[in-house]
Design a protein around this ligand. Sequence first.
Ligand code: SF4
Ligand code: SF4
Length: 116
Amino acid sequence: MSGKRALPIARLELEAEAPDKPALGAPCNGCGVCCMAEPCPLGILVTRTTTGPCACLEWSAPERRYRCGLIAHPERHVRIGASMLARWAPRFVSAGRGCDSDVEITTAEPSRVSGG
Ligand code: SF4
Ligand code: SF4
């Protein structure tokens, strides 16, 4: 047992231009796999859902990466407390740290939605 959680890529409707998931511990590249797989504790609190994809996940076409909407545009996801979220969400979701997702994508052929 590797301890990793296998997830078929077909379950993940990733944008065509999204980067591939890096290895656990490597710098986060915004691939979106973790947030597609399941919401983090803050995402669960805000969306009141425990299954993925997280409704707060946003695709940034100019950056060609996913962003946490609670950091990028908190006002889109909460009615009150957006400015507080903007300040505290990065700490809660461990933004800027290495990839902490143990999800392992199991199929070689990705099933991705077209960009745009
Ligand atoms: S933490 Fe890992 S899986 Fe999640 S977006 Fe960053 S690189 Fe992708
Ligand atoms: S980091 Fe943001 S987008 Fe990702 S699961 Fe948490 S709340 Fe949702």
